[in-house]
Design a protein around this ligand. Structure first.
Ligand code: GAR
Length: 204
């Protein structure tokens, strides 16, 4: 199936997906059709262009409703017929209007062990709380905030000498491989969901 990637920032998770795809490691994904950004100056946009991937940048206009904005996004991406949309550092909450267009097809990476530390800057929330263990989660996106069924999680220990920055980087490093694995699972249909639990039929 074809994949689309949504970003808002640096785009390192997007780069990890692109690299995995080039190396034949992104199972079930025939093509990364586009990288969409809501931010014109997101560094990830330049990186995607440099990698030869089609980029689509549509910032929200202040006056328009979220729904109208998302319909503009849909109009720009619908012809790619993507089977999976990966939110890779996409910092907007998608409304039910958009989610219903891609039922069960949108996944997100979040830098904490959900359901802990939902929302913005989860690494700082975890660091400031003083947890010894955090990590990252890839989950299906539903209408709740960071609340859809978890596909994969990876734990990361906070070391005694970790600064917020080093803690953030340790999590980010794990995110890249976790996201590649989760996309491969979803794109190959190697999972089942029962009572919110995503059982994986096949892992490398
Ligand atoms: C990543 O840490 C990702 O988990 C996080 O933004 C960062 C994007 O980095 N996403 C969220 O916080 C979503 N709520 P990247 O642009 O380098 O991939």
């Amino acid at each position: 199936m074809k994949a689309g990637i949504f970003i808002s920032g640096t785009g390192t998770n997007m780069e990890a997906l692109v690299k995995a795809h080039r190396e034949g490691e992104l199972e079930g994904v025939s093509e990364i059709s586009f990288v969409f950004s809501n931010k014109r100056n997101a560094p990830g946009v330049e990186k995607a262009e440099a990698a030869g991937i089609k980029t689509i940048v549509i910032p929200k206009i202040k006056e328009e409703s979220v729904e109208d904005y998302e319909i503009r996004i849909f109009d720009a991406i619908k012809n790619y017929n993507t089977g999976i949309i990966v939110l890779a550092g996409f910092m907007r909450i998608l409304s039910p209007v958009f989610l219903r267009l891609y039922p069960g097809q949108i996944i997100n990476i979040h830098p904490s062990l959900l359901p802990a530390f939902k929302g913005v800057d989860a690494q700082k929330q975890a660091y400031d709380y003083g947890v010894k263990l955090s990590g990252c989660s890839v989950h299906f996106v539903d209408e709740s905030l960071d609340g859809g069924p978890v596909i994969l999680q990876k734990a990361v220990l906070r070391q005694d000498d970790d600064t917020l920055e080093s803690f953030r980087n340790s999590i980010l490093k794990e995110e890249h491989s976790l996201l590649v694995e989760a996309v491969s699972i979803v794109a190959t249909g190697a999972y089942e969901i029962q009572n919110r639990f995503v059982s994986i039929k096949r892992r490398k």
